[in-house]
Ligand binder design. Structure first.
Ligand code: FE
Length: 213
């Protein structure tokens, strides 16, 4: 199979959030689609290993914040490449509470949902959520997964349903690559000459985590 065909599907970039008791947590998802219009229902695919999965399972509710092309890419690093088991992802992130669920301020839309059904696969749970509330707080262009890859130059975490392992023949020539999130530095200043306090624009980790790959 030519796995590149899977790259031709279109997706957005979202932060799916849920509550762990009182504590908000969340993760980046791209596999979200609307299933029916009345009642408005969406499907969300989430890896079993994602902490947010167990929080949705327990609470039966989740929110989806739709990231835009103007959203801070650091949100993707924070919510996509770190675990809510280890850190409080919403610490220092601006958010509002809607229906008791966190929605990210730096997004171009949100919905809140209650889980009405689910399906298990070998690696992911597909949650069906009936939309309870939603709004479009900002008139910005929603970020597509293609935009994230081509313009933000981000990669997919291994837990993403759309993750595709790189084949040897598709590897780029040696470049400074973030070992945490896969961001490839291709700025005009040589990487070695960047200030020591340079941080990865995606996951905000220090210069030391970059390796030549
Ligand atoms: Fe990074």
């Amino acid at each position: 199979m030519n796995k590149n065909v899977l790259r031709n599907f279109s997706y957005g970039v979202y932060v799916v959030s849920a509550l762990d008791g009182q504590r908000p947590t969340g993760c980046v998802a791209n596999s979200i689609m609307q299933i029916t219009s009345s009642p408005a229902t969406v499907a969300v695919s989430m890896n079993h290993d994602n902490y947010t999965n167990s929080c949705i399972e327990k609470s039966g509710r989740f929110s989806v914040s739709i990231l835009s092309e103007q959203s801070d890419p650091g949100l993707i690093g924070r919510f996509g490449f770190q675990s809510g088991k280890d850190i409080d992802k919403f610490e220092s992130v601006a958010y509002e509470t809607v229906d008791g669920l966190p929605v990210i301020t730096d997004s171009c839309g949100y919905i809140t949902c209650k889980v009405i059904d689910k399906m298990e696969t070998s690696t992911h749970t597909v949650f069906l959520g009936e939309v309870v509330d939603g709004d479009v707080p900002k008139n910005e262009t929603p970020m597509t997964y293609a935009y994230y890859h081509k313009v933000v130059k981000g990669k997919s975490p291994k837990n993403a349903p759309t993750y595709i392992a790189e084949d040897n023949d598709t590897k780029a020539t040696e470049k400074w690559t973030c070992s945490i999130c896969g961001y490839v530095y291709d700025g005009e200043t040589p990487f070695d000459e960047l200030p020591s306090d340079y941080v990865c624009p995606i996951c905000k980790q220090p210069k030391e985590v970059f390796k030549k790959q």
